[in-house]
Design a protein around this ligand. Sequence first.
Ligand code: PMP
Length: 405
Amino acid sequence: MFSVEEIRKDFPILCQKVYNKPLVYFDNAATTQKPNVVLEKIQGAYTTQNANIHRGVHFLSQKATEEHENARAYVAQYINAPNPCEVIFTRGTTEAINLVANSFCERFCGEGDEIILSEMEHHSNIVPWQLVAEKKGLKLKVVKLNALGELDLEHYESLFNEKTKIVSVAHVSNVLGTVNPIKTIVQIAHQKGVKVLVDGAQAIPHLEVDVQDLDVDFYAFSGHKVYAPTGIGVLYGKEELLNQLPPYQGGGEMIDRVSFGGTTYNELPYKFEAGTPDYVGSTALAEALRYMTALGLENVRKHERELLSYTTQRLKEMEGVKIIGTSCVKSGAISFIVSDIHPYDIGMLLDKLGIAVRTGHHCAQPLMDSLGISGTVRVSFAVYNTKTEIDVFIDALKRVTAMLS
Ligand code: PMP
């Protein structure tokens, strides 16, 4: 039985009050709250089996290594990766994208080569490419959006030429909520022999992600956006491709043999995991994904779809509200502006009423520029949110905007 009231009991933080008002947490696209099973996993790992992993001959080290590798296998199963060695643990989406930008471009890109991004990208999927482009003399091309906040696929297709090496796009926009047609994007790129990295930071909490079905070459996501702790994330990459890339960082388990004459590197996935990995974070991430599986991804999706459509309908009823991003395929987040009121003022006053929303450019300044606005108010949902909270939010928004008008 899927019951949001029961689910809420799993998240101890949700029952607290803020300024003496019940907390309404609508900032889930920034980070999600953590269920007891995840908190207990972290506590349990440090209380009963903490030891540095790999190469340890002793009991605790072997146990911790086994848990870390089991976590990898579970993540692989969750995203339907054919082989656990294709799951690289990173600090999050940002680090995963930096890894690909550096290693892929080092191996496959030369002066004048081109990379395709889109106008809706998070800074984490822009700046790593700019850094490497500057170093190697590469060119970035940017897919435009249509009026609904969707990728203009005709424009996308027109950007390819013989110099295009990789496409890097979000699965779901953290501002607009648009769900991009990844399968089509991949098919078009692959027909032209171009690889695709997908930034799945905003997809993994809401959608079923099957990397084989999507046929992506790389897929990146963060644990903290899917009920796991901060500091752990994943880069999935096709084994054959990862094997061709040079290491990103050096040290720790990524080596095979080190000498001052030269060093050889370990096999996948260790080649890309320099230094002590977050072996507690990895097991907590697997626990969070198990929690999602137990809830049933279809149930989660259905519930969040209802929240999204109810909020959209309630916002549309309000005078002066303009929703930013009106694709019919959306997930997780709604952005809006109200008349000429500054989003920050709305966010500040909502906070005083116990409601956490995010305001500003949402780390997507190029998108704001293309929309001709400085920022939005964003509400974003998780599985524990309710329609009652939306009613509380709408009433509060009406009060706040009346005060600010
Ligand atoms: N991409 C998108 C679409 C995001 O929403 C975020 C987080 N706001 C990131 C990348 C970066 O994620 P992280 O900070 O966890 O690395």
